[in-house]
Write a protein that binds this ligand. Sequence first.
Ligand SMILES: Cc1ncc(COP(=O)(O)O)c(C=O)c1O
Length: 332
Amino acid sequence: VLTDPRGVDPLRAGLADYLGRVRGVVADPARVMVTCGYSQGLGLVCHALHAAGARRIAVEHPSNPEYREIASRAGLEVVSIAVDECGIRIDELERADVDAVAVTPAHQDPTGVVLTSERRAALVSWLRARKAIAIEDDYDAEYRYDRAAVGALQGLEPDRVVYAGSASKILAPALRLGWLVLPPSLVDAVCDEKVLADRATASIEQHALADFLTRGELDRHLRRMRIVYRARRDAIVEALAKELPEARVRGIAAGLHVNVELPASDDERAIRDESYRRGIQFSTALGEYAPYADDALPTLMLGYARMPEPAIRIGVHELASAILATREGVSR
Ligand SMILES: Cc1ncc(COP(=O)(O)O)c(C=O)c1O
């Protein structure tokens, strides 16, 4: 029997059920494809769009430069569209003359905003009018702490939105498992790309995840981890308020990291280097992402997924003293 490039049947069925139930995704197993993570899924879709004649794709600004590179290597011209407090700017998108757009509606990466319902509706209208395709990176949707997450954009326009999910945040990034839910019109083209890329994702891991899903273990895991991560987020926000009152935590209560904005006079790179020397590692917005607007403030992206609360309190204390050291021009 030939390997199905979309993945093994039990996992595609399990994902269709899970995504419909938890994220409001319109998914039947026939349009589900298992990938080696979001990165691969994005590349496959970009290659398929390019093969079908697409030339330009919009991406959020700021957004992960690696994903811009993936789109560009698939032959698409990448156009940056600004993100404000309500998510991607649809007025700019309307003027951009693009065939597709890649978005992070549930929790914008890296600003941490959520795409408002007005913007979602405007995005869907634009997709229909333009006959364009959106790639929805449903990043962090399972980890929303203050309320139930907004349903997936795909549920509003399943024929024009490619839904993309990943096990990286909900289970482990080392698994290298992700999934796409494709508009019917793209299934064959993306299957062709998947065959050329790697034939299909490894089946043993797929069967293991299917088993985990169908026994309800993923639901249980997420229920448990939401409580754990929420406590960690509260601990980091509290410790920052105490140790660094001049810092501002940006973005909604979601995900596995907080964005911490510092006063303009702080030196983001010096703080990162001094913190690394003290054993604290994190990304910075200007350092690793396409820059924010010119007036962007220094921003630290502090991950808390792997740190219990006492370690978080110690880490933030040490971070505050690293920041102080950079302000005083001394290092330890
Ligand atoms: C914005 C964003 N989307 C998706 C992912 C998941 O990517 P992958 O499935 O390739 O690990 C990540 C990585 O953690 C991410 O930062």
